[in-house]
Design a protein around this ligand. Structure first.
Ligand code: F6P
Length: 523
């Protein structure tokens, strides 16, 4: 598919003019004074998510130029190619079809291309089997603990979702997540377990990831040493993977598979979501998928101007490439979303942290911003100082949920008031006596509002971010679906590990050699 590079389009030049004319000196306070209906004009409604974009440094002309950029870069064509199953992950020669995982069965899913119908049947057969297993596990009184061993997309998505939907968890099972190869993590978890009452989910798309395999083998050794030898290992170790052969070789009998067209960071909708299904049950998991599907349909069919993933992705390009903002802070005002920033880090930075185009040529413009954040109000008492008065401008993304799922009086209005107050303070600022007590204001933010945090709204919120990352990655002309940047460190770790025992420093750089000697002196 021939798509022009974003910086070679007329719209890009127009955006440069917008920046010179209004963007560089844009003042949000003046914008609100000049446009009484700014809130209405810059808010977008999407399934389950209302977005207020009015506190961003954009005006009508910039918005038009950004929408023109999307058209000139043939965003819609690229999006349709993804939904149609074309191999848009060009460096790996793969389709990108995580959207198929949340598509209803063929009868209702007439939007699905005929060529994808057999795949969709496979998806549903696997989903049915996985959810039936989740229900069996939930109903099994002998099992009290379920441990997910996985890393990256095989950890961040399910862990974030299980925490986020804790209010819906009704299985009575304790869920644990072990990801790090640092043995402290697994050891601390195992201390609280009995083999007889534990099920381990070995979650790895490739079933080769060294952290996961190391933890899986250690868990099995512990299982056997602690009295599990007489038990049926096949009942206590379950595989979630595309590599059925490797899972079989590990001794696993029950495996829920998925497909190479599901990227690790897009896999929470697949068998990798089993921990969530155990926590909230089959019906809850289906609601989660349905929420995401509604967002898919919005992304696929809403006109660009009212298309929330498109508007957010375009804003990300504007901020990164024209305003020069290199980071975005995520502030979920709901403690159950406390792992959402970590989840987004992988989604956005592993997808769009790329420096070359599809042909491998270096890009002359910036791509993924740095994402970071903590739940509100905790962040306010930590780094919000910098957001209000630091030298850098960092756009903040507030995520707030109207309904609370507790009955403690006073907390929810206080929480929501804090989110609103922070967004207002960032924008309005405050003139004081000058110096330390002045707030410059004009600091941009986006406000995403959910009515309630439910399986469906969480599904929609995640899908919104997946598509937004697609939009900015598409405009930047990069492959958002590979992750070659993680490979070099893996290879070097393999080389260095035996040197810790042997002391061989040949070929290491001076710093690594020095550190290795110091480590060996203490070991
Ligand atoms: O190393 C990066 C990565 O490949 C991620 O993209 C992926 O989510 C993670 O490792 C885990 O991979 P796997 O599920 O194959 O163990």
């Amino acid at each position: 598919m021939n798509r022009p590079r974003c910086d070679q389009t007329p719209a890009w030049r127009e955006l440069g003019r917008c920046y010179e004319q209004t963007g560089r000196a844009f003042d949000l306070r003046q914008a609100f004074a000049a446009e009484p209906d700014r809130f209405d004009r810059f808010s977008v409604n999407a399934p389950q998510v209302f977005a207020d974009l009015s506190r961003n440094r954009i005006d009508a002309a910039t918005t038009q130029a950004l929408l023109a950029l999307a058209q000139e870069c043939r965003l819609e064509l690229h999006r349709d190619a993804m939904f149609a199953g074309e191999a848009i992950n060009t460096t790996e020669g793969r389709a990108v079809l995580h959207t198929l995982l949340r598509c209803p069965r063929p009868a209702a899913g007439d939007a699905v291309a005929p060529a994808l119908q057999p795949l969709l049947s496979e998806v549903h057969n696997t989903l049915d089997a996985m959810l039936a297993f989740a229900e069996t596990l939930r109903a099994d009184p002998a099992i009290t603990d379920v441990v997910n061993i996985g890393i990256g997309g095989s950890d961040l998505g399910p862990q974030m979702a299980v925490l986020a939907l804790d209010a819906f968890a009704d299985s009575g099972k304790r869920l644990h997540f072990v990801s790090n190869v640092d043995g402290h993590e697994l050891a601390a978890c195992l201390k609280r377990l009995q083999p007889r009452s534990t099920v381990f989910l070995i979650a790895s798309k490739t079933f080769t990831t060294v952290e996961t395999m190391t933890n899986a083998h250690s868990a099995r050794r512990w299982f056997e040493a602690e009295g599990g030898a007489g038990l049926d290992i096949g009942r206590h170790f379950i595989g979630l993977t595309t590599n059925l052969a490797a899972a079989g070789a590990f001794g696993i009998r029950t495996t829920f598979g998925f497909w190479d067209w599901v990227g690790g960071r897009y896999s929470v909708w697949s068998a990798i979501g089993l921990p969530l299904a155990v926590a909230i049950g089959a019906a809850g998991f289906r609601d989660f998928l349905a929420g995401a599907h509604a967002m898919d349909e919005h992304f696929r069919s809403a006109p660009l101007a009212g298309n929330l993933p498109v508007r957010l992705g375009l804003l990300d390009v504007w901020y990164r490439n024209f305003l020069g903002f290199t980071s975005r802070s995520i502030a979920p005002y709901h403690s159950a979303l406390r792992r959402f920033p970590a989840y987004l880090q992988q989604l956005e930075m592993e997808s769009n942290g790329k420096r070359v185009d599809l042909a491998g040529q270096p890009l002359p413009y910036g791509t993924s911003p740095v994402l970071w954040g903590e739940p509100g109000t905790n962040g306010q008492h930590a780094y919000f100082q910098m957001l209000h008065q630091g030298t850098d401008v960092v756009p903040v993304e507030f995520i707030a949920v109207v309904k609370a799922r507790h009955d403690l009086p006073g907390h929810q209005p206080m929480l929501l008031a804090n989110a609103l107050a922070q967004a207002q303070a960032l924008m309005q600022g405050k003139a004081d006596s000058g110096g330390q007590k002045d707030f410059p204001g004009n600091r941009p933010s986006t406000f995403l509002l959910l009515g309630d945090l439910t399986p469906a709204s969480l599904g929609a919120l995640i899908a919104l971010h997946e598509h937004r990352v697609f939009v900015s990655g598409s405009l930047w002309g990069i492959n958002s679906f590979d992750q070659w940047g993680v490979e070099l460190g893996k290879v070097l770790a393999k080389d260095i590990e035996p040197r810790l025992a042997s002391g061989d420093t040949d070929g290491l750089d001076g710093s690594s050699a020095g550190l290795l000697r110091r480590i060996r002196a203490v070991f």
